[in-house]
Design a binder for this molecule. Structure first.
Ligand SMILES: C[S@@+](CC[C@H](N)C(=O)[O-])C[C@H]1O[C@@H](n2cnc3c(N)ncnc32)[C@H](O)[C@@H]1O
Length: 282
């Protein structure tokens, strides 16, 4: 764990009668370096307010008196605060069928390719950075019913343990984005409380696991499809380059990589071929 070279000067100012805690530069540097080392997420000066707001929530819920105390807590590894800190700094925005053209491509082009090439009738997909689960559930709904008698499995991973718990529950208040025919087919189990549960026939093809993309990947086999959308944008070029090489190795020849709408491989050194809108093929 990164260490603080000098004792931190915690502090607070009074603003119109309200006490506002101050995050000193040294504390900002410590927290942003820790975030980078543990998750690859780059928090530069332009994201200082974002970091402040998210760490403040931790400080309030732990009833600490400032950033100095919070940094000190992070240094005491036995407290387990590191994982709560990482959960706090991840951005988990997602939606069902986000970037719908990816799911159209998956159904119309990619599945046609695999029907032709996968003689073993086996399909392996990975949603890397799956957040609260809307992405892997959208993938599962797109594939389910298209490949009768096939062995289809989806691995859905994220670094953030809180979002993974939500994903695993498959309980949503809002089904916006899910086409009506899928809602009727796969989300009809309205809960006794509020919201909807994703049906077991969809849930059973997905395995949710915690995985830091920066660490060793335990998966032995290669994938036919990898979705890693809206994750690389948080990383620097060096991390992106390494990850893209690892995704290439983890995909079968002919396999597809789906990136987010603002992510491209243009500035990176890669053998991937562009075959659609932010869709690449090995
Ligand atoms: C903006 S969400 C994208 C969710 C989904 N892929 C989508 O496009 O809708 C980014 C996700 O990446 C995860 N993430 C960030 N850094 C990660 C890392 N080093 N390893 C694994 N997941 C990470 C975050 O926890 C977050 O849930």
């Amino acid at each position: 764990m990164a260490s603080l070279s000098t004792p931190l000067l915690g502090g607070a100012i009074h603003e119109r009668g309200v006490v506002k805690l101050i995050m000193q530069d040294e504390e900002f540097n410590y927290l942003s370096q820790l975030a980078f080392r543990e998750s690859g997420i780059v928090i530069n000066e332009s994201k200082r307010d974002m970091l402040y707001g998210r760490v403040m929530k931790r400080i309030r819920s732990l009833k600490l008196n400032g950033f100095t105390a919070y940094c000190q807590l992070l240094q005491d590894s036995y407290t387990g605060e590191l994982s709560a800190f990482i959960n706090a700094i991840t951005t988990n925005l997602t939606a069902f069928f986000r970037e719908e053209y990816h799911f159209n491509f998956l159904q119309k082009v990619a599945l046609a390719h695999f029907k032709h090439h996968n003689q073993d009738k086996r399909l392996r997909l990975w949603s890397a950075g799956c957040s609260t689960g809307q992405e892997p559930y959208s993938i599962a709904m797109s594939v389910q019913g298209q490949l009768p008698d096939w062995d289809v499995k989806i691995l859905a991973t994220d670094l953030d343990s809180d979002v993974l718990w939500c994903a695993h529950q498959g309980h949503y208040d809002d089904l916006t984005g899910i086409p009506q025919h899928y809602r009727t087919q796969y989300c009809a189990n309205e809960c006794h409380q509020h919201g909807y549960l994703i049906g077991d026939d969809i849930k059973q093809v997905i395995a949710f696991k915690q995985l830091n993309l920066l660490s060793r990947w335990p998966m032995k086999g290669q994938f036919d499809v990898i979705f890693c959308r809206n994750v690389l944008i948080y990383f620097d070029n060096e991390t992106k380059q390494k990850l893209i090489q690892r995704f290439y190795a983890q995909l079968k020849p002919g396999g597809y990589l789906f990136l987010g709408h603002s992510e491209s491989l243009q500035s990176l050194n890669t053998k991937f071929r562009l075959v659609g809108q932010t869709i690449y093929q090995r």
